[in-house]
Design a protein around this ligand. Structure first.
Ligand code: MN
Length: 201
């Protein structure tokens, strides 16, 4: 069964003014769609056809660059859309809040470290918050890699990720990646991140 583009869990304009409507339309409808289409082409007629996305991503480095890039692109964007919500942001609570304080000292210190991971990713890639051995950690990956991949430098179970490719922010923020990363906090669904955290520990 071919991979398909998942519907956004909210309207294109739902994340305004932090992430603009046109960016959402192009990012989801064109960029994510292209990863889906190219992933389908990459697996068609090969022994990888019919494997789950998770299975492909896990072994991405040993399968093919096309599956690494497009399978990663499909997984990362599906995860990203679900990480965001309208009328979201604020602060996490409960066990997730406690784990952030334990790992990073404070919520503000966590935000600084996470933003720094996004800022220092040269070129295109992602910053992640993930769980490893029951503890939270922050890392970043290049291109469409992610921490589930066999080739990742930082292996963990991601619970939050931010896309720092220019296509994620350039229309509204141009070269100001830091402003985009600052606005990102207003649309993070801590409810979703907390669900993932509970499942990962
Ligand atoms: Mn993207």
């Amino acid at each position: 069964m071919a991979f398909t583009l998942p519907a956004l869990p909210y309207a294109h304009e739902a994340l305004e003014p932090y992430i603009d409507t046109l960016t959402m339309q192009i990012h989801h409808g064109k960029h994510h769609q292209a990863y889906v289409d190219n992933l389908n082409k990459a697996v068609a007629g090969t022994p990888n056809e019919g494997k789950s996305l998770e299975e492909l991503v896990k072994h991405a480095g040993s399968i093919s660059p096309a599956i690494r890039n497009n399978g990663g692109g499909h997984w990362n964007h599906s995860f990203f859309w679900e990480s965001l919500a309208a009328n979201a942001g604020g602060t996490p609570s409960g066990a997730l809040s406690d784990a952030i304080t334990t790992a990073f000292g404070s919520f503000d210190a966590f935000k600084e470290k996470f933003a720094a991971a996004g800022m220092t990713r040269f070129g295109s890639g992602w910053a992640w918050l993930g769980v490893k051995d029951g503890k939270l950690e922050i890392c970043s990956t290049p291109n469409q890699d992610n921490p589930l991949m066999d080739v990742a430098d930082c292996k963990c179970t991601p619970i939050l990720g931010v896309d720092v490719w220019e296509h994620a922010y350039y229309l509204k923020y141009q070269n100001r990646r830091a402003d985009y990363l600052g606005a990102f906090w207003n649309v993070v669904s801590w409810k979703k991140v907390a669900e993932r955290f509970a499942a990962a520990i």
